[in-house]
Design a protein around this ligand. Sequence first.
Ligand code: PAF
Length: 280
Amino acid sequence: MQVVKTVTEMRKLRRQLNEPVGFVPTMGYFHEGHLSLVRQARKENSTVVVSIFVNPTQFGPGEDFQDYPRDLERDLELLEREKVDIVFVPSEEEMYPSGFSSWIDVEGVTERLEGASRLEHFRGVITVCAKLFNIIQPTRAYFGQKDAQQAVVIKKMVADLSMNLEITVVSTIRESDGLAMSSRNTYLNPEERQAAIVLFRALSLARELWQGGEKDADKIRHEMTSLIQKEPLARIDYVSIADANTLEELKAINRPALASLAVRIGKTRLIDNVLLKGGK
Ligand code: PAF
């Protein structure tokens, strides 16, 4: 496994890689969710490249950029075990040299859900992903369903800007009690960790109601909200039943939908979602 730190070195190496090249962009501090992306990339490609970069431009003022958990040594050990070929670990200066002033915006889908309260978040995510795609030129890139809106936004950018790669979205990996794996779960104390199950319980309720034939999105949002409000440590940011592609809120669930939510447990903001589509 080669660890590469500069864009110049990465570009040089890229010319020699066996095709197809699978790419997993990450901010490190790996859990099983990240590793499931890496494993799928390993299965489907001759070469696997993983990037580790805690991207400052996707964190808003007052968010957890400084505190975001980091453990490069452990991450590299885990990637070595997964037989990753190349790890791209650029510095902040390498990605955003002084004078950097070019950004990519995707309108519409970025303005709802996460985008409504985290104003510049998606501009940062989209721009760094576009840069990474340009540097690594992957055949396929892998994203988690856990960050459903991020996956929708990246797919839209790739389609709108005719980028030459395929985006694969991999199912959410959960703890045994249903909590979606996330690097931010490490912020939870034991009492908060227990309370955090309420996100999955609310999403499971949404799925049960929908599977039972409920099509009224307001009713489902209302039932989810009531359930979460019973948990004293939880504060709702949003509860959404939206079109799975445009992320516009639905009145009736008459097409593939995404049930998603953002909830603060103590000081930690957690997000999760389930798809309401297909064979129920
Ligand atoms: O999902 C993440 O970890 C980040 O948003 C990503 C895609 C690596 C961009 O910084």
